[in-house]
Design a protein around this ligand. Structure first.
Ligand SMILES: Cc1cc2nc3c(=O)[nH]c(=O)nc-3n(C[C@H](O)[C@H](O)[C@H](O)COP(=O)(O)OP(=O)(O)OC[C@H]3O[C@@H](n4cnc5c(N)ncnc54)[C@H](O)[C@@H]3O)c2cc1C
Length: 422
């Protein structure tokens, strides 16, 4: 479906109607609303929605209508043509056209690739069985919610943020849920072991079971061709009539590769989010910037701002990578981490553990500056710690009180010398 009018303005096409791409258009419309004649090609059959809120939708806490960021009226209002449910299959860079799966060819002057990424799947025996799912799109959540009506035993492979949010949602839908994780503690990229054990205990009290240090070797099927169990490398099995794999993401780079753009694991971009073709930009999880791939919204929104600045030909912004913070979105559970929270080699760590309340804090300090933090149970100081990390504030003077948080530091120090981030 397409909206909008033809005009003599330069034509800008966005491929990928997701969070990073549409944010780029929003930023562009703020600084140069009339500059381009814009078209958006999006494979998903929806307007632009808040993907991170799929977790509350799965848990039954929100409805899909509540997570739409820009409905079709937004595209109409900005005279943006939306090709919804359409896949871009080829970019002819010599002719500057994008070919859609429907056969249409769209001419462009500038192009933004924001094709995101897809869930990594396990290419193990049985991977073609039914009721093996991933967790990425509205369609996936619809499928899961439909299956929870008739199935009982879910296994979630992957004890990362996405896996735990899927497990919690399925549990809230009444399923028996086991999380299968290859690491020896949950969220091993976001939490240290102590915080992870506290989290595990809370999730167990909600009825979720865990198999840690477990590697799935095969999916076993039933007579109908659906999954009935997982088989581990040890030969042990786990009964499951639905399996959600959440073991990571793979950037969608195929379109860029076939168009001759320079790619490694992601589409290579410079500090202005330009690919090796100067009229083609790329933002979001599909890009690789200075060797790094991305999987959280905050850096993508910053990329969007910088990319829009260059599309508007203001030319003053540069994308700089920053430390990231993560938060688990499971109602009633507070877990937060930021920066280099493991604190290896040469780092000093401060910890606080209230076993009674189940509260835990760990701060990592290097050269008089906070470089990482893990908080479990009470995360209200997370934002403040994150600011101290980002702004590289010298915390030496507050070091002894820092672990107790902002309010305690304010009450016990001379406010004129309080950290700038306060
Ligand atoms: C359940 C869930 C929870 C999450 N929670 C958090 C969180 O709490 N915090 C956080 O920071 N991040 C979270 N994330 C990650 C966050 O959602 C992503 O980082 C973000 O959506 C990536 O944005 P993107 O625009 O790069 O990709 P996407 O949002 O995936 O958009 C890419 C779009 O491009 C389309 N596309 C791909 N190829 C083509 C093509 N050839 N033609 C047309 N269209 C195409 C895709 O269909 C997709 O719609 C979560 C992700 C999920 C799935």
């Amino acid at each position: 479906m397409a909206y909008g009018n033809h005009s003599a303005k330069p034509r800008l096409i966005l491929i990928g109607n997701g969070m990073a791409g549409v944010r780029t258009l929003e930023e562009l419309l703020k600084v140069a609303p009339e500059k381009y004649d814009i078209s958006v090609v999006g494979e998903e059959n929806h307007g632009n929605y808040n993907r991170i809120m799929l977790s509350p939708v799965l848990a039954g806490e929100q409805r899909v209508e509540q997570i739409i960021l820009n409905g079709e009226d937004w595209y109409r209002h900005h005279a943006i043509r939306l090709y919804k449910g359409e896949k871009a299959i080829h970019i002819d860079r010599a002719r500057r056209t994008v070919q859609l799966a429907s056969g249409e060819h769209l001419p462009y002057d500038k192009l933004i690739l924001a094709t995101g990424s897809r869930p990594t799947t396990l290419p193990i025996p049985g991977h073609q069985l039914g009721h093996l799912l991933t967790f990425r799109e509205i369609r996936d959540v619809d499928r899961m919610l439909h299956l929870t009506k008739t199935l009982h035993h879910a296994a979630v492979i992957g004890g990362g943020l996405l896996g735990l949010e899927a497990a919690s949602g399925l549990r809230q839908q009444g399923m028996e849920v086991t999380v299968v994780h290859s690491g020896s503690w949950l969220l091993n990229k976001q939490l240290d072991e102590t915080a992870a054990r506290l989290l595990q205990r809370t999730l167990e009290s909600r009825g979720i079971r865990f198999c840690l240090n477990a590697r799935t070797h095969a999916f076993l099927g039933d007579a109908q061709g659906n999954v009935r169990a997982l088989e581990f490398q040890t030969g042990e099995t786990l009964e499951a009539d639905m399996v959600v794999t959440a073991t990571g993401i793979t950037p969608n780079v195929e379109l860029a590769i076939h168009s001759g753009l320079q790619c490694s694991n992601g589409i290579l971009v410079n500090d202005t989010l330009q690919t090796f073709d100067p009229v083609i930009y790329a933002v979001g999880e599909c890009v690789q910037h200075r060797g790094r791939l991305f999987g959280l919204v905050a850096p993508l929104y910053e990329q969007a701002r910088v990319c829009a600045n260059h599309l508007a030909e203001l030319g003053i912004a540069r994308y700089v990578q920053k430390p990231e913070a993560t938060k688990l979105k499971i109602t009633g559970i507070q877990a937060f981490s930021a920066g280099d929270f493991m604190g290896e080699e040469g780092a000093e760590t401060l910890t606080f553990h209230d076993r009674e309340q189940g509260h835990y804090r760990k701060l990592v300090i290097r050269d008089g500056r906070l470089t990482g933090a893990v908080l479990y149970g009470d995360t209200q100081d997370g934002g403040w710690f994150f600011e101290l990390i980002q702004q590289k504030v010298n915390i030496q003077e507050w070091r002894d009180h820092l672990i107790f948080g902002k309010d305690f530091c304010l009450a016990t120090s001379d406010s004129s010398t309080f950290p700038a981030a306060a």
